[in-house]
Design a protein around this ligand. Structure first.
Ligand code: PLP
Length: 230
């Protein structure tokens, strides 16, 4: 089969991916809940994956790599945890529904939203960023690569701008993780949301987010982890 829908999800995953999933089902236990070997093996594999992702995405603390079901879930957790009534957030006209819909929901609850348009070639109007910033601007949420046009956004430029202004920068790397270099530190990214099932070639139902040191997002879900839910 000739498959041309990889921007939606990758198909023909590498044999190694299928084998790793099979191996996990056969040999791994419940990570973090027990001290026996099959549980520890699973914890080690998970932490090893965190370490690899931290290197891939240019951040130095693997403990701040969080696994989720997909990018949609990561973006919802980031947007609903970081922004609220009275905050102002900037985004772009390039965004996927998994950015726009959580932002619209927040807007209905009293958050202010500004959408920076694109020019006729689908390039974000970076020149409009400065005038979009208000005293209550808390964050910029922006895709790295558009699923509609394939255009890349100059993340480093927006990240540098955000740092200068003291604004949080949340990046949707769904289309670029595994394809284009991403370095959170050098690009000024505070939260990087990624999916596992596109160009990272993982199974469906995988994704995550990387958080910059010092940034906390309130937990949206509690329970299931023993004595404390943090
Ligand atoms: C730019 C962009 N953001 C977010 C998503 C949502 O990704 P997921 O399927 O991991 O929820 C997609 C998926 O197509 C996407 O292309």
């Amino acid at each position: 089969m000739i498959y041309l829908d990889s921007a939606a999800t990758s198909f023909h995953k590498p044999q190694e991916v299928a084998e790793a999933v099979y191996d996990a089902i056969l040999h791994m236990g419940n990570s973090g809940r027990s001290g026996h070997e099959i549980s520890l093996t699973s914890s080690r594999v998970i932490f090893g994956t965190r370490k690899k992702l931290a290197v891939l995405f240019g951040m130095d603390d693997p403990a701040r790599v969080v696994f989720t079901a997909n990018s949609t879930q990561s973006l919802n957790i980031a947007i609903s945890g970081l922004f609220g009534k009275g905050d102002h957030v900037i985004t772009t006209a390039m965004e996927h529904n998994s950015v726009l819909r959580p932002l619209y929901r927040k807007e209905a609850e009293g958050m202010e939203l500004t959408i920076i348009p694109c020019d006729e070639k689908g390039t974000v109007r970076y020149d409009l960023l400065e005038q979009a910033v208000k005293p209550n601007t808390k964050g910029i949420v922006c895709t790295h690569g558009s699923n509609l046009t394939g255009n890349l956004v100059d993340i480093k430029r927006i990240g540098t701008f955000s740092r200068e202004k003291g604004i949080l920068f949340v990046v949707d790397a769904s289309q670029t993780a595994g394809v284009f270099p991403i370095h959170m530190e050098e690009m000024g990214i505070d939260v990087l949301c990624f999916t596992g099932h596109k160009s990272l070639l993982g199974p469906q139902g995988t994704g995550g987010m990387c958080l910059r040191k010092g940034l906390e997002i309130p937990s949206f879900c509690v329970g299931g982890s023993g004595v404390q839910s943090y």
